[in-house]
Design a protein around this ligand. Structure first.
Ligand SMILES: [Zn+2]
Length: 188
């Protein structure tokens, strides 16, 4: 390595270390792990810095924990709740240990049953990218009828890697539900 590239490299490292904290103006940000993600943290006030996507992910993880929803299913819950008339009641991100596949149970307000068609179309359009088939079932709960979006899978078919594949599906479905709400075929 040449002297100049060495000094460039050192300058780049210094630049990262000396990033100014946006919260308190302190000039030392140290590398750290938060929620398993590598970010910078202010040595004075603890504010996080670094990659914006990672910061957003950390905020989402914390928000999900605050409201008591599994992070794996939280983006899908947000995407569903953004549909007018749809309200998620119960959900799970899936559990490897107990072999519970992920699911979301939601209610639909008056005259909004058209969203079942929107969601069924979304699942159908996404079908090839999903690891399993997903379906929407009608469920009778104490507080009335609700709908359950879940993978079509029996407990004895759940292997050790199945839950993480289904969690990948949750992410794809969240992205698709969020995106499709803005498309022309989505009925309102
Ligand atoms: Zn600070």
């Amino acid at each position: 390595m040449s002297a100049s590239s060495k000094s460039q490299r050192r300058a780049a490292i210094e630049d990262v270390r000396n990033r100014k904290c946006e919260e308190c103006g302190n000039h030392t940000m140290d590398g750290t792990q938060v929620e398993g993600l590598a970010v910078l943290q202010c040595t004075m006030c603890g504010a996080l810095g670094g990659d914006d996507d990672l910061i957003a992910r950390i905020e989402l993880i914390r928000e999900a924990r605050d409201v008591g929803i599994d992070i794996e299913v939280y983006p899908l819950v947000l995407a569903l709740n953004a549909i007018k008339g749809v309200r998620c009641r119960e959900s799970s991100g899936g559990d490897d240990f107990t072999r519970v596949p992920p699911y979301v149970r939601f209610g639909i307000g008056d005259n909004r049953v058209v969203h079942l068609e929107n969601l069924a179309n979304t699942i159908e359009l996404q079908r090839r990218d999903l690891s399993h088939t997903w379906r929407i079932q009608v469920k009778i709960a104490r507080d009335g009828v609700c709908f359950e979006l879940a993978p079509n899978i029996e407990m004895h078919d759940i292997a050790s890697h199945t839950i993480s594949m289904l969690q990948g599906d949750l992410f794809l479905l969240a992205t698709a539900v969020k995106r499709n709400q803005d498309l022309s075929w989505w009925k309102v």
